[in-house]
Design a protein around this ligand. Structure first.
Ligand code: SAH
Ligand code: SF4
Ligand code: F3S
Length: 465
């Protein structure tokens, strides 16, 4: 072992979306050859990475309060701890971070993660802050090592990054850069490795995952539908999902794929933001409320058990009471299994932040509460509608209580089951037929049906035979 690779402890804290979770794992991968291994607390770490999110105001506030705490931890190490800020706040506010927190050693944007080892070397060699927030010319994915750490039965895989859509309210096009799709062959190879490491479910990730247009092995441009069909064929993979999608990119082939690929789970997160055409236009979403309803209808046409999730924003500039009512109306028309809703948060540098007719905080609060109340009722109704149903559950590991295993339904609902004589940990990675015995607001309790297995990987079937 070279001096360079002496064991060191790495603590990574992650905020924001699933892509940040994926990125945090990749940063750990890229640092592993330098001797960094994960640790559970920042206090005993040689290096701390804060992987940040810039999507709403509170997100960046959290960074600065965390940095305040870490400053003391760093001082306790005699200043040896390497402190790095990554992610979307780093990209958007690099200069502010270095100015407000001079004890931060490294600031790096999402497109520079492959450069981390070199940045660590620079930061530990010379005193002074190391900053990388340009969008590098080379492709990050070509320079990152292969995925190393097994992620467990549910794995995430970034296939697309960035966004060219410039919704009025959103920072993502500025923090993640322009749309980029990884070549299909690289994605398929990574999916294969994840399955070989024990993944039974893969969620393909992208800020606009259905805008995917990667180069296929045949040299043609592949859409997401084509890629899903290919990945679904990987032996041992039981489930596929993709997130987050834009209504504008739900093309015919992708909709058809929902009817054709059994492994593609009947649950889709499709953010609509508003039910008012006026607001959708002001948001620069590029679709109307009825376009969205039509997509939902077509999806349910090919996959009748498909359930939907979405994102909503309450109080975008210019939103009137009528617009708000239109959003409630759209929610009622669709009936969501689950959804996220947010108060509009003005983000520096985005068109909506400077727009006239900002909605008051009190009004935003009231509208958000009404949206959330309706969505809450729909979620409960959806969970109750599963009572008595039988379906496959992917178990992920022990549940909260002894003798209990946790897993996910096809609709991504958290599920728990009593395992009887079996150890809950031993069920991890198994897909078992279950029956719902009780429905809760945020989860389902299920009974495993006679240990009957459904869709186990071939080796396990052979072993059991
Ligand atoms: N790419 C996805 C969403 C990315 S951001 C899409 O196009 O839909 C995730 C969610 O955060 C968005 O769907 C939106 O509902 C919310 N969001 C983004 N910017 C916001 C802002 N300025 N204020 C409030 N919510 C916001
Ligand atoms: Fe943001 Fe709109 Fe792009 Fe989604 S599509 S990431 S909301 S700009
Ligand atoms: Fe947040 Fe960046 Fe994801 S702003 S939601 S971490 S793309």
């Amino acid at each position: 072992m070279t001096d360079n690779a002496a064991p060191k402890r790495l603590f990574v804290k992650t905020w924001g979306c699933q892509m940040n979770v994926y990125d945090s794992a990749r940063m750990a991968d890229v640092l592993a050859p330098l001797g960094y291994a994960p640790t559970q607390t920042p206090e005993d770490a040689d290096m701390v990475i804060l992987n940040t999110c810039h999507i709403r105001e509170k997100a960046s506030e959290k960074l600065f309060s965390e940095l305040g705490r870490l400053r003391a931890a760093k001082e306790a190490t005699g200043g040896r701890m390497v402190l790095a800020v990554a992610g979307c706040v780093a990209q958007a506010e690099g200069a502010e971070i270095t100015a407000r927190a001079p004890y931060v050693d490294i600031v790096l944007g999402p497109q520079s993660y492959h450069r981390l080892p070199e940045m660590v070397a620079r930061a530990t060699r010379a005193a002074g802050q190391v900053i990388e927030t340009d969008f590098p010319a080379e492709d990050k994915f070509d320079h990152l090592p292969e995925v190393s750490a097994p992620q467990g039965p549910i794995a995430f895989l970034t296939i697309q990054e960035g966004c060219d859509k410039f919704c009025s309210f959103c920072v993502v096009p500025y923090t993640r850069g322009s749309e980029y799709s990884r070549p299909a062959a690289a994605v398929i190879a990574e999916a294969g490795r994840l399955v070989a490491q024990g993944a039974r479910e893969i969620a393909l990730l992208g800020q606009n995952v259905n805008a995917y247009h990667g180069e296929g092995p045949d040299g043609a441009s592949w859409g997401l539908g084509r890629l899903l069909r290919e990945i679904a064929g990987i032996e041992g993979l039981a489930r596929l999902r993709y997130t987050t999608s834009h209504p504008r990119d739900m093309d015919d082939d992708l909709i058809a794929a929902h009817g054709e690929i059994p492994a593609l789970m009947p649950f889709l997160h499709l953010p609509v933001q508003s039910g008012s055409d006026r607001v959708l236009k002001a948001m620069n979403r590029g679709h109307t409320a009825s376009d969205f309803l039509r997509i939902v209808e077509r999806l349910r046409g090919v996959r009748p058990d498909l359930a939907l999730s979405s994102d909503f924003i309450a109080g975008h500039p210019g939103e009137t009471e009528d617009d708000h009512q239109a959003t409630l109306h759209l929610i009622e028309r669709v009936g969501f299994a689950q959804a996220f809703s947010f108060k509009y948060s003005p983000r520096p540098g985005t068109p909506a932040a400077g727009a006239p007719l900002q909605v008051t905080e009190a009004e935003k609060d009231r509208r958000l509460q009404e949206i959330q109340e309706l969505l809450r009722q729909q979620q409960h109704a959806f969970n109750r509608s599963r009572l008595g149903l039988r379906f496959d559950v992917l178990f992920t590991g022990p549940g909260r209580h002894p003798g209990q295993a946790a897993g996910r339904s096809p609709w991504l609902q958290p599920v728990h089951a009593a395992t009887g004589t079996q150890s809950p940990a031993a069920l991890a990675g198994q897909v078992l037929a279950c029956e719902v015995v009780s429905a809760h607001p945020n989860s389902l309790a299920v009974r495993i049906l006679d240990g009957k297995r459904s869709g186990d990987p071939p080796e396990q079937e052979k072993a059991a035979a």
